[in-house]
Write a protein that binds this ligand. Structure first.
Ligand code: ADE
Length: 257
């Protein structure tokens, strides 16, 4: 099959995130696979298969497997929202993952979790290879594609007038099966992993993509800052920031051609 006819797999965890891409999709066909609705069609000039995974690492891993094994997708893009971890970032900013870590995989002792590579027994000294890194050439293409790109600002009635323009960080996203709603937990994810953002799926998708030998790009706009108010901010901002991630999907699909 010609490469341009092989679909790109798109995963979003939530309906708001799917909705942000759906308006740009055409020739949509719907089918059901393992209880999930699969949308196939054209998005930004390419054939895609898009699935709403649901929330969490298992749901995401299962969805990635359906796309890669069942539908033979050539790469995966995950698009959606995240909690900001780096204090330099604000709601409405966006992080593209150069590195993904499952922050809840490892050995839990009194002094915290020692991270390990998922699948490896969590015994003995920790090792440095617990993250999933994009290859250097792909990272370079992402930098080039985003050079000079301006994110849309959030509406002033939502964030006020005096906020700086939204920015893009290409950095570390950590994933785990918990919504982070605590300043101490946020600070720990920053100091242990050097994380810029946290969500609940991306590093599980990276694990599956690695097993199939295909790239996975995770793109997340910030709906909250993972602290004591993150549950309130999430509800307030999720629908407003999800389209920001969709804009960056449009900008980045070419790096996977
Ligand atoms: N997705 C969006 N915000 C999040 C948070 N605070 N923790 C985990 N996943 C998130």
């Amino acid at each position: 099959m010609l490469k341009e006819r092989i679909p790109l797999g798109i995963i979003c965890a939530m309906p708001e995130e799917i909705a942000a891409l759906l308006g740009d999709m055409s020739a949509i066909k719907r089918q059901e696979l393992a209880g999930r609705e699969v949308l196939t069609g054209q998005l930004f000039g390419r054939p895609v298969a898009m699935i709403e995974s649901g929330i969490g690492k298992v749901a995401a891993a299962m969805t990635a497997t359906l796309l890669l094994d069942g539908l033979k997708c050539r790469a995966i893009v995950m698009s959606g929202v995240a909690g900001g971890i780096d204090p330099a970032l604000a709601i409405g900013d966006l992080v593209v993952a150069q590195r993904l870590v499952q922050h809840d995989y490892g050995r839990l002792q009194a002094d915290g979790v020692t991270p390990f590579r998922p699948g490896v027994p969590p015994f003995g000294p920790g090792r440095a290879d617990f993250g999933y890194e994009l290859p250097d050439d792909l990272v370079a293409r992402i930098h080039a594609a985003l050079d000079g790109f301006k994110l849309p600002s959030l509406p002033a009635d939502l964030v006020g007038k005096d906020v700086r323009p939204p920015m893009i960080k290409i950095g570390t996203i950590v994933s785990g099966d918990q919504f982070i709603n605590d300043e101490g937990a946020r600070a720990r994810l920053q100091s242990v992993f050097g994380a810029h953002a946290v969500e609940m799926e991306g590093a599980a998708v990276a694990q599956v993509a690695e097993a199939f030998g295909v790239p996975a790009i995770v793109i997340r706009s910030l709906s909250d800052l993972a602290g004591a108010d993150s549950h309130l901010d999430f509800g307030k901002f999720v629908a407003a920031v999800a389209p920001t991630a969709a804009k960056v999907v449009e900008r980045l699909v070419s790096v996977l051609d």
